[in-house]
Design a protein around this ligand. Structure first.
Ligand SMILES: Nc1ncnc2c1ncn2[C@@H]1O[C@H](COP(=O)(O)OP(=O)(O)OP(=O)(O)O)[C@@H](O)[C@H]1O
Ligand SMILES: [Mg+2]
Length: 229
């Protein structure tokens, strides 16, 4: 099943000078694929993640996510659809500093239904255990290492079992060992839930974890060999 389909995407920023980012970009990602998005700084990786994540709209083109034509959806529909189907992981984790690891993980549940049940809390604990942090339930983000914080962020992204995870430079601030842990965690999540995972990165050492790799070139995507980047 095709989970993400972008067709003839055009996107410019016109704040000051016009920056043309995409011109006729196409992309197709199947269920359960781990797909890398590479390209130099400023080539549009984050812009692409924002379009797929339904955070930003292209100027032109079609965005199909899980078979839905999202360009015809209202902002309200988009935000409900996003919360239900898409988990986000960023380079800087964006955990809430005042909340414990466990509480941070529960946030998407609270957004969806306002009150977390005992069942939900149990699920959060299980996910925290799954990412290897059962001993850090009550730790604040400031009491965790960079790698641990990022694993909390991954746990938060998967708590609602989204069909899609979008990760923008998820290992950008991590050392080699923690990078590997995060990538192995993504692989394990995909194997367990058949999650479709899109990872934007300019770190070539991550590419071996990808099923397929796209590079942004001339404002479009070209598919490259994962072993070459
Ligand atoms: N809100 C914005 N307003 C104006 N220009 C923007 C905006 N966001 C991004 N751009 C420009 O669009 C282009 C693509 O930016 P984007 O952040 O998508 O690149 P990137 O590949 O993610 O880069 P990096 O590897 O540095 O994160 C850049 O030239 C950037 O300056
Ligand atoms: Mg970026």
């Amino acid at each position: 099943m095709e989970v993400i389909h972008l067709k003839d995407i055009h996107k410019s920023y016109t704040d000051a000078d016009e920056v043309r980012v995409f011109e006729g970009l196409n992309m197709s990602v199947l269920e359960g694929e781990i797909v890398g998005i590479t390209g130099p700084s400023g080539s549009g990786k984050t812009t692409l993640m924002n379009i797929v994540g339904l955070v930003d709209r292209p100027d032109r083109g079609q965005v199909y996510v899980l078979g839905r034509d999202t360009m015809s959806m209202s902002e309200k529909e988009l935000s409900a659809f996003r919360n239900e189907n898409i988990g986000f992981v960023f380079q800087y984790h964006y955990l809430i500093p005042e909340l414990t690891a466990l509480e941070n993980i529960c946030i998407p549940i609270l957004i969806a239904k306002k009150n977390a049940s005992r069942e939900d809390e149990k699920k959060c604990l299980q996910v925290l255990e799954y990412v290897g942090l059962s001993e850090k339930v009550s730790s604040l983000p400031s009491e965790l290492s960079g790698g641990e914080r990022q694993r909390v962020a991954v746990a938060r992204a998967i708590i609602n079992e989204p069909a899609i995870i979008l990760a923008d430079e998820p290992t950008g601030s991590l050392d080699r060992e923690n990078k590997m842990k995060i990538m192995e965690l993504f692989t394990s999540i995909r194997n367990r839930y058949r999650t479709t995972i899109l990872i934007a990165t300019h770190d070539m050492s991550l590419l071996k974890y990808m099923d397929r790799v796209y590079r942004i070139e001339n404002r479009r995507l070209v598919e490259v060999n994962p072993s070459e980047g």
